[in-house]
Design a protein around this ligand. Sequence first.
Ligand code: C6P
Length: 423
Amino acid sequence: MLASTSRTAMNDEGRHSVSFDVHRVREDFPILKRRIRGRPLVYLDSAASAQKPKAVLDAMQVAQETIYANVHRGVHTLSQEATDAFEAAREKLRAFINAASADEIIFVRGATEDINLVAATYGRKFLSAGDEIILSELEHHSNIVPWQLLQTEKGIVIKVAPIDDDGNFLLPAFEKLLSPRTRLVAITHVSNALGTVTPVRAIIEAAHRAGAKVLLDGCQAVPHMAVDMQALDVDFYAFSGHKMYGPTGIGVLYGKKELLATMPPYQGGGEMISTVTFAKSTFKEPPHRFEAGTPAIVEAIGLGAAADYLTALGREAVRAHEQALLAYASQRLSALPGLQIVGRAAEKAAIVSFVMEGVHAHDIGTILDRAGIAVRAGHHCAQPLMERLGLAATARASFGLYNTMEDVDALADALKIVREIFA
Ligand code: C6P
């Protein structure tokens, strides 16, 4: 077994070493003390939803106990304090992804709503019959279905960039799909099912050269690595709060200010208008134009706390810790007879999908649960990817910053038992 207590890495600025003591970090997550079926919880399902540190839980509770009121509406003190906290959270998220302006941060429910928003506003206004968009074989259903709805409505053409059998995104094949009709490229930054990190810089550069805009689904990237909107020069970037140790019900759509300014509203209602008469309404500037109704106030404050938490730990320290987990898990699982890792891309985030000869993925998940180990089993909302790989389902262990080498050992040992049961 590998040592897992403490490691050093360069911090985000690359200036000095920071230490990452995973056992201390685990103290921040109350739920990790739970026992499941009499065994210590081994939580390997962070790609589905990550656990929350006390800093996030406390920020939400304190907000509700001390400053809670509706935002952007009241002249009274509480409403002003709640508005300040909500807008401070927007600024935290701006800094977290290095957007140029807080006006580029739209709070929505999560990545699914992000992509639906872009399809329903940018897509409806700027795409017409025969225009092409490019997705990839790695996409989550959230980055497929909204475009199919638009296809039905507008007659756009959907092209699909291929991967190889290891799950690598094939850049030259993608470049061949670009044409003068390509209007938008919508690709995942990290595959939820395989962990593949896609070559986003090259994708963005090639798409821009062809005159297309780019939307990245950053749901699985943001928890694992630092992302920089200005360095990427991406047009839209979508992610959910609950996968980056924040609350459910909140996520961020980043959009370049000049693009957002050209887009019509998504939903109509309170807070997104400047004036309303029965004859006509006028709308606020972004981001408020896209935030109709009472927003998820407390959740936004919690998400701001999650961004602070990740930043304080050090994004590079977290990445290095998770890469060590990935390497060890890949090594231990590869050594198990009858087990095959699905997805061996050159660059991966800490996600390991696998199948076991003669054992259904759901049975693997159920037996692991008896050992207190939580993994996801199924198609991972990526049915076209499963079809491409010729699989019905995989089991998936997805690691977070609180996982340890001992967690990997527990998984490998329990998988040996699964094998014995089905031998
Ligand atoms: N993937 C998983 O177990 P929402 O549900 O809106 O927060 O996120 C949707 C989504 C979009 N893109 C990617 C790449 C994702 O991984 C997800 C969510 C979870 O893999 C639940 S299906």
